[in-house]
Design a protein around this ligand. Structure first.
Ligand code: TUI
Length: 310
């Protein structure tokens, strides 16, 4: 299935599928598997130190000759150092999340790194285009983790109309139908997270992968909304306690103690009770965790290609 868009041309990849830059989950193992399968693999810096990010980049270079990227989560306390590592290591692509990457753009341009910010609004998409981004990822509230308010269905066409650079759709996409729908909205690629959490190459604990497969349509919760820090995760004991404290007006600093180290607990220790199992609303659609990144990508592009009559 041939699927050329401005994104496949810009990034030098075979299929217009980008892997989400998920904290703790998007390691070099997952990133190189997605890149070797013809998509764009991404190493997620999350809240990790700059030295870890450099090691991950070097490991990924050993595992693939294809392009891959790094996601810089802008709330990371070492964001400045990681931004520098990305430039020094001449990483092909950087995606950013949870903020405005404006202050790093000139340094990355110098290193010829392609800059693709995640945006949750038309305003930030416009600003990023003006600042020199080569594309934007329009991420709807269906996504896992830290989210904005607008849905993918409403955000993507509005961003497409607002900018000239290509738009990548994210949030709620896990199969060929979702990809085809995103293309109908004007997207030229999709970013997929949750489905890759459940891939065989993902280093995530089996308990977390099993929980994604078991998830139903309504098993998704958003914690921290009243604190202006909305994070989408799968419902468990932790979310029950968090949401009760939030409803009872317990202060943020107190409630946040529940999530200290909770993403690591879910990913590394497989703690499905008190861990943060970040996942998008589409988790309910995911029925298998025995497929490789290559099998996932082939299935999605084949199904989307048929629907789009390519
Ligand atoms: O960043 C994400 N998703 C994430 S980051 C993350 S790390 C984390 N770990 C523990 C607790 C909380 C977070 C988990 N998931 N997605 C990209 C994204 N960016 N979604 C929304 C935005 C966004 C929102 C507002 C980007 C920019 C923005 O405003 C920019 C400004 O003007 O400051």
């Amino acid at each position: 299935m041939e699927m050329k868009t401005r994104i496949t041309e810009l990034l030098g990849i075979e299929y217009p599928i980008i892997q989400g830059g998920m904290a703790w989950v998007a390691t070099h193992e997952l990133a190189s598997a997605v890149s070797n399968a013809g998509g764009l693999g991404i190493i997620g810096a999350g809240g990790a130190p700059a030295s870890w990010v450099r090691d991950q980049i070097r490991a990924c270079k050993e595992e693939t000759d294809k392009p891959f990227g790094v996601n810089l989560m802008l709330m990371n306390p070492e964001a400045d150092e990681i931004a520098k590592v990305i430039a020094e290591e001449k990483v092909k692509v950087v995606t950013t999340g949870a903020g405005n990457p404006g202050k790093y753009i000139s340094m990355w341009k110098e290193a010829e790194t392609v800059i693709i910010p995640v945006v949750a609004s038309v305003a930030l998409a416009r600003l990023m285009e003006r600042s020199g981004a080569s594309a934007v990822i329009a991420e709807g509230t269906e996504s896992g983790g830290h989210i904005g308010e607008a849905t993918t269905m409403t955000l993507v066409p509005q961003v497409v109309d607002a900018v000239r650079i290509p738009v990548i759709a994210a949030g709620g996409i896990a199969d060929g139908r979702g990809m085809a729908a995103a293309f109908m909205l004007g997207a030229e690629a999709v970013q997929i997270g949750t489905r890759f959490v459940a891939a065989t190459e993902s280093i995530v604990h089996q308990n977390y992968k099993d929980r994604i497969v078991k998830a139903k349509d309504i098993d998704s919760e958003v914690t921290g909304r009243s604190f202006g820090h909305p994070v989408r995760v799968l419902r468990n004991q932790m979310t029950k306690e968090y949401l009760k404290m939030e409803k009872d007006g317990v202060p943020f600093e107190e409630v946040e103690k529940l999530t200290l180290g909770s993403l690591r607990a879910a990913v590394v220790d497989g703690d499905t009770k008190m861990g943060s199992m970040m996942a998008g609303q589409i988790a309910g659609l995911i029925s298998r965790n025995d497929m490789s990144c290559s099998e996932i990508i082939q299935e999605i592009v084949t199904d989307a290609g048929k629907l789009l009559k390519l």
